[in-house]
Ligand binder design. Structure first.
Ligand SMILES: [Zn+2]
Length: 148
């Protein structure tokens, strides 16, 4: 089961910026080792493009092999502002977007920013891969959703 989504049909896909090469390789290695197996995802496809205000974007409907866009300029700014290494900011963004894909496979609201954000932060800041934050508990999905 796959999909034939190609980001260049929708985005002005750019080559990976030179300074992002190594951080991307490192972030992907960590993601593949620690996060993707927990999400039951074989691998992700990453492309670089201008994503308006977003750091990253999961392309809805590609969960069989999630396609994730990264905006290098926005990510660089965010990493400076938050005092987080580019590599870690990138890793967090990839985990965040992979979390959206995971929720989509469960038939949940794949745009729940709280769940995806919590999942990514816990991994990057605490080293914990906690899939349970992506799955509604007894309180139901509304407990994880922030209005507004
Ligand atoms: Zn998100």
């Amino acid at each position: 089961m796959g999909h034939d989504y190609r980001p260049e049909r929708e985005y002005d896909v750019r080559p990976v910026p030179g300074e992002a090469d190594l951080p991307l390789a490192n972030a992907m290695a960590d993601l593949r080792e620690e996060v993707l197996p927990a999400l039951g995802v074989d691998d992700v496809t990453v492309f670089f493009a201008d994503l308006d205000e977003d750091l990253g974007r999961y392309v809805s409907g590609t969960s069989s092999r999630p396609v994730i866009g990264i905006d290098h300029d926005n990510l660089s700014s965010a990493s400076r502002i938050q005092g987080l290494e580019y590599r870690r900011q990138l890793a967090a963004t990839l985990a965040h977007e992979a979390a959206h894909a995971y929720r989509e496979t469960l038939g949940l609201d794949d745009l729940d920013e709280d769940a995806a954000g919590t999942f990514a932060r816990r991994w990057v800041l605490e080293g914990i891969v906690d899939v349970s934050v992506l799955v509604p508990g007894d309180d139901g999905p509304s407990a994880l959703r922030q209005e507004g």
